[in-house]
Design a protein around this ligand. Structure first.
Ligand SMILES: Nc1nc2c(ncn2[C@@H]2O[C@H](COP(=O)(O)OP(=O)(O)O)[C@@H](O)[C@H]2O)c(=O)[nH]1
Ligand SMILES: [Mg+2]
Length: 464
């Protein structure tokens, strides 16, 4: 899979125009390759790279002495580096041609183009990061809200790994005892009650899992499809929630033809809002028909439906058809345009927002004036966390992979617990404990298979 003894290079900044761009190299030849293509800016004969210090100069093609770019370059000697190997960075001007030429020079002089995530994979394989920490690196790059960033940073600094290690540490002595009692006669080893160890592990695993769904939401976000009849104010609501005029709003029914996505930061939860074309039984033209098809797809892929109805009009057959389309998925009815109601009717609906569809909670709003928007946001959060009030603490578990491994570990420890209490032979209890310890090792990487590692790192970008 990943080799460690060659030198890899990549452009580590996004492709495009930027103030600066960085080419990174790591491996045994990283420094010597840099020495051959770098010329110091100041004309001094006894120039030498100082470790971890930026030097000003030029990257040149050693064959032609042509100056490729004006740069700052740094050599970081092993082992105190990201990959635990020699590491080199060349900070050039952020232009695609200059960066490519610097990279090409490195490759010509013996480096190999890095695979996606290969720098971080080396950091993992050389013990600089465990697997959960390596995954957190990607989560930091991808974080869309401060809450997602905080959760990822917690994981990078090892909070999750530490908890997992503590649980493992409770299980290892229990397993050692069981194995000893298989191999030795009863009077040869001191008696030990492992139920305490097992109970500790169950408590620790349950605690981590309790908050996992919330953590996964912070990391992945949720998709909310805004659906409803034409002209009820779906696009206006999107704009209101985003506090921009992202979608076109007109009083002509059927204005929105295509679905449109924007991410809203709802108190730390990334909510991808999907504005859709109004759904009606008899589309005016084929384009609208296609738009409606997309609306149905958006609804099918959404975690939550924001069902907009016009509260100033009687509910129609079309509204009911949309409710049927939403079916059993989580939904909130936005009773829009309450600014158009008579003061009395408005007061009534604000006092007791009766939902036209029993299964969905309703929130009276006006996308025009902004009234009721906070209650709607509140309702969205409540639906996202399915009623569980959001604790302020940052969750530890944010990845479905970790949640799955933890639940597997919990199942095995519970099985071991039951077997142990029933006095089942030690061999069988040990099998479950071994499986639990193995599952925990998949999180930190001690027992992760090559396939798993390859899958995880392939999601990284090149240069990370
Ligand atoms: N009075 C009032 N008009 C609204 C409100 N929300 C939307 N509208 C108007 O209704 C029309 C249709 O709005 P639009 O957002 O395009 O509806 P969509 O077809 O569901 O996306 C526009 O003229 C909006 O200005 C509201 O809360 N109150
Ligand atoms: Mg629209």
């Amino acid at each position: 899979m990943f080799s460690l003894d060659d030198t890899i290079a990549a452009i580590s900044t996004p492709i495009g125009e930027g103030g600066i761009g960085i080419v990174r190299m790591t491996g045994p030849d990283a420094a010597s390759i840099l020495y051959r293509i770098f010329r110091p800016g100041s004309r001094s004969d006894e120039f030498e790279f100082e470790p971890r210090r930026l030097h000003y100069g030029y990257i040149i093609d050693p064959l032609t002495e042509e100056r490729i770019d004006e740069v700052l370059a740094v050599v970081m000697p092993a082992p105190r580096t990201y990959t635990r190997q020699d590491m080199v960075e060349v900070h050039g001007h952020g232009g695609i041609v200059a960066l490519r030429r610097i990279l090409t020079l490195c490759l010509r002089l013996g480096a190999r183009l890095a695979e996606p995530g290969e720098f971080t994979a080396r950091a993992f394989l050389n013990g600089r990061l465990d697997l959960a920490q390596a995954e957190a690196v990607l989560d930091i790059v991808r974080a869309r809200t401060e809450a997602s960033l905080r959760a990822a940073m917690g994981q990078l600094t090892g909070c999750l790994s530490e908890q997992v290690r503590q649980i493992r540490d409770a299980l290892l002595p229990a397993l050692a005892y069981l194995e000893a009692s298989i191999d030795f006669a009863e009077d040869e080893i001191p008696e030990r009650d492992i139920s305490q160890d097992l109970a500790l592990a169950v408590a620790g695993l349950s605690r981590l899992l309790a908050d996992a769904d919330r953590g996964i939401i912070y990391r992945q976000g949720v998709r909310a499809a805004i659906v409803g009849r034409p002209n009820v104010g779906k696009s206006s609501l999107l704009n209101r929630l985003l506090r921009t005029s992202r979608a076109i709003v007109t009083n002509i029914p059927g204005t929105t033809r295509d679905t449109l996505e924007e991410t809203l930061n709802l108190r730390g939860v990334p909510v991808v809002l999907v504005d859709t074309a109004g759904i009606q039984a008899k589309p005016q033209d084929p384009i609208e028909q296609l738009g409606i098809e997309r609306s149905r797809n958006a609804l099918a892929q959404a975690d939550l439906a924001l069902f907009v109805v016009d509260a100033s009009q009687p509910f129609s057959e079309a509204d009911r058809a949309i409710a049927a389309l939403i079916g059993k998925r989580p939904a909130i009815v936005a009773l829009n345009k309450i600014d158009l109601l008579e003061p009395e009717a408005r007061a009534r609906i604000l006092q007791t927002p009766t939902s036209p569809f029993d299964s969905f909670p309703a929130v009276p709003i006006s996308a025009l004036t902004g009234e009721g928007l906070e209650s709607l946001e509140e309702a969205i959060l409540e639906a996202v966390f399915s009623g569980r009030v959001t604790a302020s603490e940052t969750p530890m578990v944010t990845s479905p992979r970790h949640k799955e491994a933890l639940s597997r570990a919990l199942d095995h420890v519970r099985a071991a617990q039951a077997a142990y209490q029933e006095g089942v032979v030690a061999d069988l209890v040990a099998i479950d404990l071994t499986a639990a310890i193995h599952a925990l090792g998949e999180i930190t990487g001690q027992t992760a298979s090559e396939d798993l590692l390859e899958t995880i790192f392939s999601h990284f970008c090149v240069g990370k």
